[in-house]
Design a protein around this ligand. Structure first.
Ligand code: ATP
Ligand code: MG
Length: 186
């Protein structure tokens, strides 16, 4: 963090995103969703401990800005809420099967919009595409029709977000939590 080491302009940018991270029990449930879908579409299951719901993808961020975000994120207050995952879906082009809500809850949309508004102070602009909350379960799927039936709906209660560094490693990206937001009280 800033303060421990002088800013080094030679330091490379880091790839960052904000996400909701499921507790181990929810992650295990979602891992079951992945197994069930895999018998239908094949593909490669994400490791259970990497499952998440992306709130804002920032891409490569200069180290200086990244340090500012790391310092500021604990002061970003997330309004606690729930989202019920009740369906499978597919993003055909990247070959991804996901779990998500049939309809985006207003509260989650508001938290997404509020996060991007907060991020605008750091120079970030929201993406043009609408927010499509989802948890990626499988990569490299071999057919583009998701299973018609999903497991019983699962309600996710969230109260914080994590800022995650995505680092390329052997066999794919590695995620490292670098900061966390706090719940908005009340
Ligand atoms: P890899 O790209 O190496 O296969 P990954 O997709 O898990 O691994 P990242 O590309 O760093 O890692 O993405 C981190 C998170 O942000 C993932 O949830 C990913 O789906 C999401 N994400 C990546 N690119 C975008 C984008 N352009 N818009 C929205 N979300 C994105
Ligand atoms: Mg990616």
């Amino acid at each position: 963090m800033r303060g421990n080491a002088p800013y080094n302009p030679g330091m490379p940018a880091i790839r960052l995103f904000y996400a909701l991270w499921p507790d181990p029990s929810l992650a295990a449930t979602l891992s079951g969703w992945a197994s069930q879908a895999r018998s239908h579409v094949q593909g490669r299951a994400m490791r259970t401990e990497t499952l998440h719901l992306t709130m804002a993808f920032l891409g490569a961020v200069d180290r200086e800005i990244a340090d500012e975000l790391i310092d500021a994120t604990p002061y970003h207050r997330l309004q606690p809420g729930t989202v019920t995952l009740d369906r499978y879906g597919v993003f055909a082009r990247p070959g991804i099967l996901w779990a998500g809500p049939a309809r985006t809850p207003d509260s989650l949309q508001a938290s997404h919009d509020g996060l991007w508004l907060w991020l605008s102070a750091f120079g970030f602009a929201p993406p043009a595409q609408p927010f499509r909350p989802h948890v990626t379960l499988l990569r490299n799927i071999e057919r583009n029709d998701p299973p018609a039936d999903a497991p019983p709906p699962v309600t996710w209660r969230y109260d914080r977000m994590v800022l995650v560094a995505s680092e390329s490693a052997e066999g794919g990206s590695r995620y490292r939590a670098v900061a966390g937001s706090r719940p908005q009280p009340g």
